[in-house]
Design a protein around this ligand. Structure first.
Ligand SMILES: [Zn+2]
Length: 415
């Protein structure tokens, strides 16, 4: 009898151990909610670069990496990869010589599978803090907490979720994993740029880099943008082979985009970028946790797991350059003050937000308008819009042609 009880207890223990491994190896919606809620709480004051609250967020991330069982892979055996930079006083530039020197940090953890190559998974964790850096779209941002729940507490929670998943799934993948949360992204991708200049692993051994920036607003159309698919020949066929569930995947080939994967692409590393799209709260104090779609975020991460697992099976990916960088990043001397909807698939540029006090607002443009021409340049895509915009100088006056409802309107704008 006693022996039977012992056997029974042993079986129970084994079963529980097995169940707990399985339980940890799923993306937990509840856990996503907990991480985003903390990172986007007023306590962290918008995670402004080089603030005490940014350091608090960094410590939280390091603690989660440690709990997941990762190895510190910052500098000198720490979780942190620190860097200095000068904060620009110029609203367009990144660094100016007269600006004060600031110190900031990326948080880096490693899952060592004893493999030759490494998959890099990243997201930026900084945001706009109290709105002092001129990158807020609020009319009067100074002193308001910009919680950045979608941008980019959501991506940061995504990195933590994938770290837990791959560390606890009981499978030894064919690659190692480097998990990295960047700072100073909002000031011009500075953290990721510094990491690629001074990496803590051999970047020639990178299989690919996956970046997540704003993955918390999957909407009713369930559209997930997957960027960078042109940067390795294997990406498109692998994506095509995966079941999409009820996600509607929209791909973009370019390795250059408005987030940290760009820094890795510029080092000839294949990159992928996950993004659930623009919204009216982008870079405003209203980007709050109550607007995050956590079940949608879980769906995005479940898809990311499948994608990573499929790519893990491939031999080291070949890098493929996409469109030229000069073409992708025109230099702007002027701004219209609108937020384009990057996920819009129709003709023209769909306006997702208008900044008060800027030329578009002064000309009477509104959210929902669709811009179809600037001056005599027709605008069919966001790229064409940016190329058209790069032709103007401060003080120039031109016309903007746009569609509102059934009407086509023309207004004069002065930059
Ligand atoms: Zn962002």
């Amino acid at each position: 009898m006693k022996k039977n009880i012992q056997t029974f207890l042993l079986l129970c223990a084994l079963l529980l151990a097995h169940l707990s491994v399985l339980a940890q190896a799923t993306i937990s919606e509840q856990r996503l909610r907990r991480d985003v809620t903390y990172l986007a709480s007023d306590k962290l004051k918008g995670r402004g670069t080089a603030t005490p609250e940014e350091q608090k967020a960094a410590r939280y991330i390091a603690k989660q990496f440690k709990k997941a069982g990762l190895k510190p892979m910052g500098e000198n055996g720490t979780w942190y990869h620190t860097f200095t930079f000068r904060k620009s006083n110029d609203p367009h530039g990144i660094e100016t010589a007269d600006a004060p020197m600031l110190t900031s940090r990326n948080v880096v953890g490693f899952l060592d599978n004893g493999a030759a190559n490494t998959i890099i998974i990243g997201a930026h964790y900084d945001h706009l803090g109290l709105g002092h850096d001129r990158n807020s779209l609020d009319a009067n941002p100074q002193g308001k907490i910009h919680n950045g729940a979608d941008d980019n507490a959501s991506g940061t929670a995504g990195v933590l979720a994938l770290a837990r998943y791959f560390a606890k799934n009981g499978v030894r993948e064919r690659n190692n994993f480097l998990f990295i949360c960047f700072s100073a992204e909002e000031l011009g991708l500075i953290g990721s740029k510094r990491y690629t200049e001074r990496p803590t692993i051999d970047l020639s051994k990178a299989h690919f880099m996956l970046n997540m920036d704003m993955i918390g607003r999957l909407n009713d159309e369930r559209r997930l943008v997957v960027g960078g698919v042109g940067t390795a020949p294997d990406f498109v066929p692998v994506l095509q082979s995966l079941p999409k569930g009820n996600l509607s995947i929209k791909t973009d080939s370019s390795g250059v985009g408005p987030s940290d994967h760009t820094s890795f692409y510029l080092k000839n590393i294949p990159v992928l970028f996950l993004f659930t799209g623009q919204h009216a709260d982008y870079h405003k104090p209203t980007d709050d946790v109550d607007k995050v779609n956590f079940s949608g975020q879980k769906a995005v991460l479940d898809f990311a797991v499948q994608l990573i697992e499929a790519l893990d099976q491939k031999p080291k990916l070949a890098f493929q350059p996409t469109r030229s960088n000069t073409e992708d990043t025109p230099r702007f001397r002027v701004t219209l003050g609108i937020m384009p909807d990057y996920t819009f698939e129709g003709d023209g540029v769909h306006v997702d937000g208008v900044t008060e006090g800027k030329p578009a607002a002064r000309a009477g443009l509104q959210r929902g308008d669709r811009i179809i021409a600037l001056g005599d340049m027709e605008v069919h895509t966001v790229r064409e819009y940016m190329q058209a915009l790069s032709k103007f100088q401060k003080g120039d006056t031109t016309t903007v042609r746009f569609v509102r409802g059934n009407e086509t309107l023309v207004r004069e704008v002065t930059f």
